[in-house]
Design a protein around this ligand. Sequence first.
Ligand code: BTN
Length: 243
Amino acid sequence: GKKIHYKEKVDSTNNVAKKLAEEGAEEGTIVLAEEQSGGRGRLERSFLSPFAQGVWFSLILRPTFLPMEVSKMTLLAAVALTKALHKMGLVECGIKWPNDILVKDRKVVGILTELNASMERINYLVMGIGINTSLTKKELPKDLRKTVTSFTIENVPVHRQALLQEVLLQLERYYEIAETEGFKPILAEWKVLSMMMGKEVEVSEPGRSFTGKAVDLDDSGNLIVETEAGRETVLAGDVRVRA
Ligand code: BTN
């Protein structure tokens, strides 16, 4: 059966998972930790992961689709996570492009997907997921109080095991949809669960930044932003909803 590697403390579950994947671990293998000393986020940011205050884990996948479809896997994870959080009572959360889950403008889930692939095929993919469960405001460093939240901060009681179970169930469900029907139905759900569509946003990409209205997601999962100069396609970078 599939293995869950449970650890008390690691630098990053993504690092441990990558190592296991290199050693041939099968698809579905999970690395779960109580604490990360070097939790990582997108854009080389660090990700706060204190002892027992969240669900910090990584999932090894070996999908058969093309490497260029990988960004869509991240959108898939965001859809699955949002569904799971809704089921667990955090009904207010929504997706911020590409793959953060927020309550209002504070992050409750972050996803970091890392890939080992050639041009033609994916060798393995490590999907790292961090869900803030019982972080409290008091324990948050000051600079994070405006940008981070948790189940506890939102006054939603949470049971970590039940949450993880629901998350894995939803991930499996959407992964099966992707492999049988493709990503179209998943991108459609992403739009519904997004808290960005139709909103004024600020985009900062390496080398440029601009504002406009988030209007769509294209078939590759890029965000389409309508500006005064026309439609822009956002491939990477940071997008914020304007206050
Ligand atoms: C982000 O917010 O930009 C993504 C954060 C991803 C955090 C998770 S926690 C488990 C896994 N291990 C890591 O080091 N990062 C991911």
